[in-house]
Design a protein around this ligand. Structure first.
Ligand code: GLC
Length: 751
């Protein structure tokens, strides 16, 4: 109630009509321009009140100004749904009965749809749920680039390519914020691993920073209009990213014109002077480990609390710094908690479940199919489902993105709904202890007995559906821990091999947020790649397996044969991943915690711009399954492309038009991808880079025409000499394809 008491009382007393508004103090007048309200409120604040705005008052809230009736900011994770309520001042869940929500698919699944319309539906639905749960800031989405398949948080992000991640994040943010809830795009920047995330110093070339790691953040800010951004835990140029002069002052503020709030990751602030001078606005979670243990310190001991106030009073940092922070925070409050026009939101509605289902449907990637799919029910009497992930609730775990869904449909339940009692189930393998414990070895006897049972039953079944993968336990798709192997855990490879032996009629479907080794892939007739799909996951999986939904997902990241085929691991040099510890454990880190900063580690992105398919194409190291790959139950043929001009003039564009026909027997969706390659350049460039894509629905037998407008922005590279973008004259190619390795047509033009 205290959140809006004074403004409501004033408004009720004075009325909300024009005359009533006129009588209100300017900062309370919702008909006044935002910046005038900000300045009026700022003028009324004391120094103490300004400083108070800049740091947490509880685990997930930062204060307003009670004296002026300015309410606090309520924040909540996460990118895939609104996290269950956490106690005011501990990391414990509050145990509410009113905070169950819709669990949406992981963002790597959203990326796998390659459909910005799905991103818009996602943002709208999650924004309505965050609003209903009275949150002013939703701590997501994440757009850190997928550099290594070992990164524990790739499932929270949107893949290996900045064009795909950028196109997909914009609609999510725009629709989310229409609810008066701020997005908090994260983790800015270079948080591409969890190992030593607390302080690893990332050494990366300016060109790779600009061409690979920043573009999705830039689109999120410049086009998405994100109202907040979360600084990452790690360092860049030796400075923590939560108060980093280059990333925050130079690039985010001055170059991109960001007018929102920079919020730390929880525990990401480490120095008062740097926090004062280098772009931080709101300090959260200091002295915690960012996930479970809470502060040994009071909020007034935060870096931007009493220490900051005292530095200001002593004139050691300019008062301008706190005025700038207070402006950004007031602007955020007026956009959110003091925005009287924001809707009321909604929770667990049919619309939200439909959105989660549609996104899940379009995210499933059919990697391989030799005809066994779709599984026709009338052809089989005994369908055996094997695997722990067929029943495990995968909304648990993974770290801060974990959710308490009101309903979830497991893959087994989804399949039972469609195939009835033809379905039988056996677990096949067991996992280690849940959640955040290290993976405990399962006794050999248990491994053997579960496998023997599965194999024996597979022999008697008509067809086997294997559902395994990773499960968001520690060290496998889980925040603060990277994977320790490229292989599937829990002896799954041996189990899959044994099942193939027992029954070659097998569909393998692994649920993961990452690529993984598939030594058996050549011997299975069908293979599906699925990310964590949330509440409606089982329904989506069953609909794709049965053919009620024609799969249309495309890989948002490459799947190498082996880890050493991946750019970050090719050299085998630990300095390139996970980095090398150079000295003393930094004073502010909690060694061995979820926020382990290590002993002054540094990681070097030696591959530079050759990340993902850029590496595979340019080094001619084919991936087992390429970025952008995904099959359908129908067939798409690409006709002869037309190009509007064989020369692009400065300031101009060329238009590439491509006819695509659905030559198969069922309707389907295809993602037409356009990659651009620079035939000759004075610097190394990837063979080709994704610059445009379009997902289209095409009825069986019909044809559509897709047109792309290629501009100078699609041709440029970042020149480290001039520290600016540059195009070199010469010939370019447009590679049009169904994936980065399935190029159907090529056009040429000059610049
Ligand atoms: C965590 C995560 C961040 C999350 C925050 C609050 O450590 O890194 O993504 O939003 O703390 O839970």
């Amino acid at each position: 109630m205290k959140r809006i008491l004074l403004p409501v009382m004033l408004t009720l007393a004075l009325g909300t009509g024009a005359r009533g508004q006129q009588a209100l103090p300017l900062y309370l007048r919702t008909d006044a321009p935002l910046e005038e309200r900000v300045e009026d409120a700022l003028r009324r604040l004391t120094l103490e009140e300004k400083v108070a705005l800049c740091h947490a008052q509880s685990k997930f809230t930062s204060p307003g100004v009670p004296r002026l009736g300015i309410p606090e900011l309520m924040m909540s994770d996460g990118p895939h749904g609104v996290r269950a309520e956490i106690e005011w001042n501990s990391w414990n869940y509050a145990g509410w009965t009113s905070d169950s929500i819709t669990a949406f698919p992981a963002l790597t699944a959203l990326a796998a749809t390659w459909n910005p319309e799905m991103a818009a539906r996602y943002g709208k639905a999650i924004g309505e749920e965050a609003r209903y749960r009275e949150k002013d800031v939703l701590l997501g989405p994440g757009v850190n680039i997928y550099r290594t398949p070992l990164n524990g948080r790739n499932f929270e992000y949107m893949g290996e390519d900045p064009c795909l991640a950028g196109e997909m994040v914009v609609p999510y943010i725009q629709e989310l914020q229409k609810n008066g809830v701020a997005a908090c795009v994260k983790h800015y920047a270079l948080n591409n691993q969890e190992q030593w995330r607390g302080s690893v110093d990332v050494a990366v070339s300016e060109r790779a920073l600009r061409e690979i790691y920043l573009p999705a953040f830039r689109k999120a800010v410049v086009e998405g209009g994100s109202w907040t951004i979360m600084g990452s835990y790690n360092r860049y140029l030796g400075q923590h990213c939560c108060h980093n002069e280059v990333l925050l002052n130079d690039i985010l503020r001055r170059e991109w014109g960001f007018d929102g709030c920079v919020i730390t990751d929880w525990g990401g602030a480490h120095d008062t002077r740097e926090a004062a001078l280098y772009g931080l606005d709101i300090e959260m979670g200091t002295y915690t480990n960012g996930l479970t243990s809470e502060s040994a310190f009071g909020y007034d001991q935060y870096y931007l609390a009493t220490p900051y106030l005292e530095m200001l009073r002593r004139g050691e940092v300019p008062v301008q710094t706190v005025d700038d922070k207070a402006r950004n925070i007031l602007r955020l409050i007026f956009r959110t908690s003091m925005n009287p026009d924001r809707p009321w939101g909604s929770l667990c509605t049919e619309e939200h479940y439909a959105a989660a289902k549609a996104i899940g449907d379009e995210s499933i990637v059919l990697l391989k199919n030799e005809g066994i799919l779709p599984l026709q029910a009338d052809r089989y009497a005994q369908i055996l489902v094997v695997g722990d992930n067929a029943v495990r609730r995968l909304t648990d775990g993974g770290g801060s993105s974990e959710l308490k869904p009101r309903k979830t449909i497991s893959p087994l339940e989804g399949l039972q709904t469609l195939y009835g009692d033809k379905i039988s189930y056996t677990r096949g393998y067991a996992c280690g202890r849940p959640l955040y414990e290290r993976i405990e070895e399962v006794p050999e006897s248990v491994v053997d007995s579960l496998r023997r049972e599965a194999v024996a039953r597979a022999r008697r079944a008509d067809v086997v559906i294997y559902i395994g993968g990773l499960n968001k336990n520690a060290y496998q798709d889980c925040e603060s821990t990277d994977r320790q192997s490229y292989d599937l855990p829990f002896h799954q490879n041996e189990l899959i091999e044994a099942l193939i032996e027992a029954n070659p009629n097998i569909v393998v479907l692994n649920i993961t947020g990452n690529a993984y080794a598939m030594p058996w892939a050549d011997r299975v007739p069908a293979l599906l790649h699925v990310s964590y799909l949330g509440s409606m996951g089982g329904a989506s999986i069953a609909d794709v397996i049965s053919g009620r939904v024609n799969p249309s997902g495309k890989l948002p990241y490459s799947i190498p044969y082996r880890l050493s085929d991946c750019a970050a691991h090719a050299s085998g040099n630990p300095a390139h991943y996970p980095g090398i510890e150079r000295g003393e454990v930094s004073k502010t880190m909690i060694p061995g915690s979820f926020l382990d900063g290590g002993a002054d580690p540094q990681v070097t992105y030696a591959e530079e711009i050759l990340v993902g398919y850029r590496w595979h194409d340019t080094q001619k190291i084919p991936a087992r399954y390429a970025f952008g790959h995904g099959l359908s139950y129908t067939v798409f043929d690409y006709g002869k492309p037309e190009i509007s001009d064989n020369r692009m003039h400065p300031g101009g564009s060329v238009r590439i038009r491509i006819p695509v026909t659905n030559s198969g027997s069922c309707d389907g969706m295809e993602v037409i991808q356009l990659y651009i390659g620079d035939d000759q350049c004075s610097v190394l460039r990837p063979l080709k880079e994704l610059k445009h894509f379009r997902k289209v629905f095409i009825r069986a037998g019909e044809r559509v025409e897709v047109e792309f407008a290629v501009t100078e922005e699609d041709l440029r590279f970042y020149d480290e000499t001039s520290h600016d973008w540059k195009i070199e004259k010469g010939s370019f190619k447009g590679y049009i394809g169904s994936s980065s390795s399935d190029i159907r047509r090529v056009v040429s033009f000059r610049y």
